[in-house]
Design a protein around this ligand. Structure first.
Ligand SMILES: [Ca+2]
Ligand SMILES: [Ca+2]
Length: 356
């Protein structure tokens, strides 16, 4: 007699049992329609579809843990984390990675403006000869609940010589305002959850454009330009080189009420022993309104060679006019004496406060 268990985990005691799943483009099982099927001589059985709603409801009140999504010096934990059979737990084999079992979901706030997402995943090394693999999809979920597939990978024996290795991904993210980013793991080509123990993380978000931060939101510049016309560069997280003349352009966020930042000139720019003699750098923040009017919000010239008070890190906090749309422009200029020699300026940590 063939014993048939109706739970997915029970069915998996038999290697002859596969799961039946609906197929969406590229063959990944939809998360609400996985069911298991058993066949024997002249007979077959099929379980009820896997009840993801009940599965996720069982996590009510639980803390949702998993790999953090890192951007520069900022980290974001998952808003929700669902892993079959056991909760996500840190993986000792790779710093920043967590172990999960398919089916699994991890949900983060969608990192608007992020250009690429880099992350690692892979089968637990002790199970690579036992498991048949898993599928991983990245989805955007709109605030209305619409789901759009961004990327898909089938990590299955035969799909890649790299199956047994750590998978290092670099996925371009489409620009989306708001919504959620979902990592969706399903049980793979044959729908078999047996030994589907894998890891995910660390997850790193990448964007080159300067940003300003308003609480947990990042607003990325539309454009920037350094002295040679190339976009400004960032030697350290949150810091941008503003050798004169440079500029950064942002669309003015409607709810932005104040903007603070730090700025300065490298010590080496006025190292007279080395022969370096900057004649000063101007720093300007302007708002260009749709009618073409330029509203100067902040202006300061630093002449550190002559004025010790102008050396080192300076800070500013600027109040923006309410209800005035436009383009925010931060600029560095050659200063009062007009030379751009040794004008090694920088700016960092644009931090905004939203109107109440
Ligand atoms: Ca599998
Ligand atoms: Ca100068």
């Amino acid at each position: 007699m063939v014993a048939v268990a109706l739970s997915l985990s029970g069915l998996l005691q038999s290697p002859s049992i596969a799961a039946e799943s609906s197929v969406v483009p590229a063959g990944v099982a939809e998360r609400d329609s996985i069911s298991a099927r058993a066949t024997g001589p002249g007979k077959s059985w099929q379980s009820a579809p896997f009840d993801f709603a009940a599965f996720e409801a069982a996590f009510a009140g639980a803390s949702h843990q998993g790999p953090t999504l890192t951007f520069d010096q900022f980290t974001t934990p998952p808003q929700a984390s669902y892993s079959y059979a056991t909760p996500a737990q840190p993986y000792g084999g790779l710093e920043g990675a967590w172990l999960l079992r398919a089916p699994a979901r991890l949900v983060y706030k969608y990192p608007a403006g992020i250009e690429n997402l880099r992350f690692s995943h892979g089968m637990h090394p002790e199970l690579i000869h036992l498991a048949d693999g898993y599928d991983l999809a990245l989805n955007w979920i709109s605030s209305e609940g619409q789901r759009e597939r961004i990327w898909l990978k089938r990590n299955t024996h035969g799909s890649s010589d790299l199956f047994q290795e750590r998978q290092n991904e670099d996925v371009p993210l489409p620009r989306r305002e708001g919504g959620l980013l979902e990592f969706q793991f399903s049980t793979g080509q044959n729908g078999n959850v047996h030994d589907d123990l894998f890891y995910l993380g660390p997850i790193e978000a990448v964007a080159d454009m300067p940003y300003l931060r308003i609480n947990d939101d990042f607003v990325f510049a539309e454009s920037s330009s350094g002295p040679s016309g190339e976009p400004v560069t960032s030697p350290d997280p949150g810091r941008w080189l503003m050798h004169s003349p440079s500029n950064i352009h942002w669309p003015r966020p409607a709810h932005l009420s104040t903007l603070s930042f730090s700025f300065g000139i490298e010590d080496a720019a006025y190292d007279t022993v080395a022969g370096n003699r900057t004649d000063g750098v101007g720093f300007v923040l302007e708002l260009e309104t749709p009618s073409g009017e330029i509203v100067t919000l902040f202006q300061r010239v630093l002449e550190p060679l002559q004025n010790p008070a102008d050396r080192g890190r300076q800070t500013a906090e600027v109040t923006l006019p309410a209800d005035t749309p436009g383009i925010l422009v931060f600029r560095s200029t050659p200063g009062r004496h007009g030379s751009d020699a040794w004008d090694w300026a920088w700016v960092e940590e644009f931090s905004g406060r939203a109107a109440d």
